[in-house]
Design a protein around this ligand. Structure first.
Ligand SMILES: CC(C)(COP(=O)(O)OP(=O)(O)OC[C@H]1O[C@@H](n2cnc3c(N)ncnc32)[C@H](O)[C@@H]1OP(=O)(O)O)[C@@H](O)C(=O)NCCC(=O)NCCS
Length: 171
């Protein structure tokens, strides 16, 4: 019903379009604003599209009856020796028309499987502390909280805490 695959440079415009949807529909859940991202010609995360690898990549979910990109999730891992054991899950988003169909779960499960195959010891993430949908998803997939960053985001006098979560990868 849905297909998952790693995204490449050929997916760039669809990726940027879905990111704009994410930042417009769910502005509270991301660090960057839609206007800011639109003004950036090449996002740093696009490196993972241009050269998708086993430790740095974006997964995309597609509806089988169309080439439409409907969900994304990224795994980013530093190559520095002391921190190369832990990857970071980033930019998870599912288009509102396709939610509650298990697509985010599929994306994150695939990403965790890839991380384990690659020998990573853990996958970490940051999530806005009042994002109950995402936290519920992460908890069902074995992520546990290990800290909280107060007022990590601040805009127009509103503030958001971030919950830091981690999940061990089976060795
Ligand atoms: C969070 C998000 C990615 C979930 O995507 P999804 O494809 O709808 O999630 P799934 O269908 O795979 O849900 C899997 C499980 O997560 C939990 N979950 C998902 N959405 C939920 C909601 N709105 N409320 C409560 N639990 C929810 C449930 O446990 C669900 O299992 P169930 O449907 O069997 O009850 C999606 O809502 C989204 O894109 N939100 C905006 C962006 C965002 O918050 N990204 C995360 C940034 S850290």
């Amino acid at each position: 019903m849905y297909t998952l695959r790693k995204l490449s440079a050929a997916d760039r415009s669809n990726f940027r379009e879905l990111r704009q949807t994410a930042l417009t529909v769910n502005p509270d859940d991301f660090m960057v604003t839609a206007e800011e991202e639109l003004a950036i010609p090449r996002l740093s995360i696009e490196a993972a599209l241009e050269q998708p690898g086993t430790r740095n990549f974006f997964l995309g979910a597609f509806a089988d009856d169309s080439a439409r990109l409907i969900g994304i999730a990224g795994l980013l891992t530093s190559s520095l020796q002391k921190v190369r054991h832990a990857g970071r899950l980033t930019s998870l988003f599912v288009h509102p028309e396709y939610r509650r169909r298990g697509i985010a779960r599929m994306l994150v499960e695939r990403l965790l499987a890839n991380a384990a195959e690659e020998g990573l010891r853990a996958v970490r993430l940051e999530v806005v502390a009042d994002n109950r949908a995402a936290i519920a998803l992460y908890e069902t997939l074995g992520f546990v909280p290990y800290g909280r960053e107060p007022a990590a985001y601040r805009l127009d006098k509103r503030e958001w805490d971030l919950l830091l979560m981690t999940r061990d990868c089976p060795s």
